[in-house]
Ligand binder design. Structure first.
Ligand code: IPM
Ligand code: MG
Length: 382
C-alpha cells in the first residue's frame, strides 16, 4: 500500500495539463502515493447541476489531502444557459466549488508563498520573499448576502439610523454582502502567521486590514493581532491598511516578510505579491485545515490555452512542494523546490510567459526538465 492517498482533482481547462505535468515530476521523484480521481468543475455543473458532486466529497474524506488544478466559473446567466436541457429551470445556482470545499472541510488557512527565484526574468526584484497568510473561511466569503434586500433583513438592521437612506432607495434596488469575522478566526490566522515567522526565522509579520473604515471587523482583527504579537517578542509586528500596502509592496517589497489578512484582503494582496515574482505562473497556495488540506495553484483554468500544452506548470509544481511540506516530507519538498529553482536559474527551459509569446517550451517539457533535476545525483544528495 502507498504511504499517502491523494485526492486528484484536475478540474477544468489547463488544470488538467498542469496536473499531468505535476504527476510526471512526483512519479520521477518516486513519491509514494496513490492518486484518487475526484470529479470537480464545469463539466459536472453542466451535466449534473453540481460542480462538486457528493462522490467527490467521499473521495476527499478517504484521502490524506487533495491536489487541485483549476476550475472554470462563469456569471450566473451564462452558467444557467450551459446546463443540459433537463436541468434548466430547476432553480439550480452555480457556486464556486473551491470556496465550498474550503468551507466544508474547514480549511481555515490559506498559505501563499511568493518568492523571487533567482534568474526568473519576470521577477520585479530578486530579493522578494513574501508569505501571505489568508484567513480562508470567514469575512466576505461566508455567502451571507442578499439582493434585493428582504424587508426582514432591513428591519433587523434598522436600529442603525444609517439604514434609513437605503430604505429610501427602495429595497428592491439594494444589495447587501456581509463581512463576518470571529475572534477565533482572527486569533488562528494571526497565531499561525507568527508561528511560521518564528519557525522560519522571519523578522516581521504585517497585518493587512482597514480598521479606520471597517471599524468592527477590522478593529477586532487588529486587537487580536496586537495580543498575539505580544507572545512573539523577537518578531516585529507591523500594521498596514490594504490600500497603503498595495503601494508599499510596489515601492519596497523587499521590506516585507510575512503578511496576514482576512479572506478578501488576503485574496487581493496575494495576487499583488504573485505579480511581484512572475505572476500566476509561479503562485502556489495551500488551503489548510486541522485534519485535511487542499493544494491549488492560484491561477484559473485559462480556457483559451486548454489543450495547447503551453501554460507554466511552475505554480502547480510549487503547489506540490507545499503538499510535500504539509505531509511532513521535508526532504522531498526541498528536493522539488531545488529542481524548480535550478530550472528557473538556468533559464534554458521555460514556458511562453517567461520567454516571450511564440517562444518557449511546452508545459510537459518544463516538467520533464524539472524531473531531470530532481532525479539527478546532485539533487538526491541534498
Ligand atoms: C483565489 C481565487 C478564488 C478566491 C476564486 C476563484 C473564488 O481568486 O483562490 O484566490 O477568491 O478565493
Ligand atoms: Mg484570488
Amino acid at each position: 500500500m502507498s504511504k499517502y492517498k491523494i485526492a486528484w482533482m484536475p478540474g477544468d481547462g489547463v488544470g488538467i495539463e498542469v496536473m499531468d505535468a505535476t504527476k510526471l515530476v512526483l512519479d520521477a521523484m518516486k513519491f509514494d502515493a496513490s492518486y484518487h480521481p475526484a470529479d470537480i468543475g464545469w463539466e459536472y455543473w453542466v451535466n449534473e447541476g453540481n460542480p462538486l458532486p457528493d462522490r467527490t466529497i467521499e473521495v476527499l474524506k478517504n484521502t490524506d489531502c487533495g491536489l487541485f488544478g483549476a476550475i472554470t466559473s462563469k456569471p450566473r446567466e451564462e452558467a444557467q444557459a450551459e446546463l443540459i436541457p433537463e436541468l434548466k429551470d430547476k432553480g439550480l445556482v452555480y457556486f464556486s466549488p473551491i470556496v465550498k470545499l474550503r468551507q466544508m472541510f474547514n480549511l481555515h488557512t490559506n498559505l501563499r508563498p511568493c518568492k523571487a527565484y533567482p534568474g526568473n526574468p519576470l521577477n520585479y526584484r530578486e530579493d522578494i520573499d513574501l508569505v501571505v497568510f489568508r484567513e480562508n473561511t470567514e469575512g466576505s466569503y461566508g455567502g451571507v448576502e442578499w439582493y434585493p434586500l428582504p424587508e426582514k433583513v432591513y428591519d433587523a438592521l434598522c436600529d442603525n439610523p444609517k439604514m434609513i437612506k437605503w430604505k429610501d432607495k427602495g429595497l428592491e434596488n439594494v444589495a447587501l454582502s456581509t463581512r463576518i469575522m470571529s475572534e477565533q478566526g482572527c486569533e488562528s490566522i494571526c497565531r499561525q502567521s507568527f508561528e511560521y515567522a518564528k519557525k522560519h526565522g522571519r523578522k516581521s509579520v504585517t497585518l493587512v486590514e482597514k480598521p479606520n473604515v471597517l471599524r468592527e471587523t477590522g478593529g477586532l482583527m487588529t486587537r487580536v493581532f496586537r495580543n498575539v504579537a505580544k507572545d512573539y517578542s523577537g518578531i516585529e509586528a507591523w500594521e498596514a491598511n490594504i490600500d497603503a500596502i498595495c503601494m508599499w509592496l510596489i515601492k519596497n517589497p523587499q521590506d516585507y516578510d510575512v503578511l496576514v489578512a482576512e479572506n478578501m484582503f488576503g485574496d487581493i494582496v496575494s495576487d499583488l505579491c504573485a505579480g511581484l515574482v512572475g505572476g500566476l505562473g509561479f503562485a502556489s497556495a495551500a488551503n489548510i485545515g486541522d485534519n485535511y488540506a487542499v493544494f491549488e495553484p492560484t491561477h484559473g483554468s485559462a480556457p483559451k490555452y486548454h489543450g495547447k500544452n503551453v501554460v507554466n506548470p511552475m505554480a502547480m509544481l510549487l503547489t506540490a512542494k507545499l503538499m510535500l511540506d504539509w505531509l511532513g516530507e521535508a526532504e522531498d519538498a526541498a528536493r522539488l523546490e531545488k529542481g524548480i529553482s535550478t530550472v528557473i536559474a538556468e533559464g534554458k527551459v521555460g514556458t511562453y510567459d517567461v520567454k516571450g509569446r511564440g517562444k518557449g517550451e511546452s508545459t510537459m517539457e518544463v516538467a520533464e526538465e524539472v524531473a531531470r533535476k530532481v532525479t539527478s545525483a546532485e539533487a538526491c544528495a541534498t
